[in-house]
Design a protein around this ligand. Structure first.
Ligand code: NAD
Ligand code: IPM
Ligand code: MN
Length: 353
């Protein structure tokens, strides 16, 4: 009897469930062909709709339930019907912290057959891997509001940078760079933020000393935004704080063709908790329910999940099948200039698998 892997599936809102179900189909097909295990999917209806019914984003035993799984596959959270700060602080953001998923790995690769909005970019010429810090920084929920609604109203939002928090994501980035082109760019804003970002820079220098074989650069976030457009091929591994990594990875997604192609993993490298995999994109309310969302980012995220669980053959098979569909030029969803549906694209991926 083959072993099984237990995966919690949170489709979430909008296009989340639409793309995640396609990723599940593709992962099942890949694993049944290439690895001797079975995947046990447990679907959890946690979402904004769940919130509207229950007043919570997840049941009280939700964390325990999630912890019984080997990994989590998530679609997207966020609905125009419930404020974002309520839904995201009820599930996605606490999940990243609670399970200490301190690495947010976000690869961006220009696949053959995909047109970058940047002129004359050859396939593979954009190939970067962003290590986004995922548990502190500008996302630390520390702060408050005072005199709400009054002319004297005050809001304080604190950014938290710890030596340990900076160091662990940076070490991981350097280790990752050794498997790639041995180049790490740190993203900073220490010219304006003289506490947190100066600590960030100092820790980067300290960590870099242990990796003399890796080339390092430090770039201010504003200049980095420019260089992602001007010369994206100059980036290999990028290490960034929570907010800067968030912003730069929508940019890295679009220069490689679409939000619908950007995958990510929220990783606890110590494996004390299940890691969580999700496309970089959100719930896309503008196209939700139309059956035209690009499912490839979700599939590539499922591929990262399988890789994390040691199912490397299946992971490679998914990536190769996605690459083959993109190279073929069709079918493709409207975000990539086509007119195919979500399921037609999945069917094509399954054919290549
Ligand atoms: P979004 O990523 O949902 O959409 C931005 C644009 O990209 C839209 O035009 C959308 O149609 C397009 N797009 C995104 N994914 C696509 C796909 N797979 N196929 C085709 N087109 C795609 O970002 P947004 O509109 O800023 O956010 C919508 C909601 O999602 C908000 O509530 C936001 O907070 C939430 N959000 C959640 C996550 C998450 O759960 N991880 C991530 C980002 C945004
Ligand atoms: C992402 C998203 C989230 C983030 C939002 C929905 C809170 O944009 O995963 O990129 O900022 O981390
Ligand atoms: Mn984002």
């Amino acid at each position: 009897m083959a072993a099984s892997k237990k995966i919690a599936v949170i489709g979430g809102d909008g296009i989340g469930p639409e793309v995640i179900e396609q990723a599940v189909r593709v992962a099942d097909a890949a694993v049944s062909r290439h690895d001797r295990v079975s995947l046990e999917w447990q679907r959890l209806p946690w979402s904004s709709a769940f919130y509207k019914q229950t007043g919570k984003m997840m049941p009280d035993d939700g964390w325990d339930l999630l912890q019984q799984h080997d990994a989590i596959l998530l679609g997207a959270i966020g609905s125009p019907e419930v404020p974002d700060h309520v839904t995201l602080h009820g599930l996605l953001l606490p999940l990243r912290r609670r399970f200490d998923l301190y690495l947010n790995l976000r690869p961006a690769y220009l696949f053959e057959g995909v047109q970058s909005p940047l002129r004359d970019k050859a396939p593979g010429s954009i190939d970067m891997l962003v290590y986004r810090e995922n548990t502190e920084g500008e996302y630390a929920p520390i702060g408050g509001r005072l005199y709400v609604g009054a002319p004297s109203e005050i809001a304080v939002q604190t950014a938290v940078f710890t030596r340990r928090g900076c160091e662990r994501v940076m070490r991981a980035a350097f280790e990752g760079a050794r498997q790639r082109r041995r180049k790490v760019t740190s993203i900073t804003k220490s010219n304006a933020q003289q506490f947190g970002m100066v600590l960030w820079d100092e820790v980067f220098k300290d960590v870099a000393r242990n990796y003399p074989d890796v080339q390092t650069h430090s770039l201010l976030i504003d200049a980095a935004a420019m260089d992602f457009v001007r010369k994206p091929e100059s980036f290999d591994v990028v290490v960034a704080s929570n907010l800067f990594g968030d912003i730069l990875t929508d940019l890295s997604a679009i220069i490689t063709g679409s939000m619908g192609l950007a995958a990510s993993g929220n990783i606890n490298p110590e494996r004390a908790f299940p890691s969580m995999f999700e496309p970089v994109h959100g719930s896309a309310p503008d196209i939700a329910g139309k059956g035209i969302a690009n499912p490839l980012a979700a599939m590539l995220s499922a591929g990262m999940l399988l890789d994390h669980l040691g199912l490397g053959k299946s992971a490679r098979a998914i990536r190769n099948a996605v690459a083959a569909v993109l190279k073929a030029g069709k079918p493709r969803t409207p975000d990539l200039g086509g007119n195919a549906t979500t399921t037609a694209v999945t069917d094509a991926v399954l054919t290549f698998l």
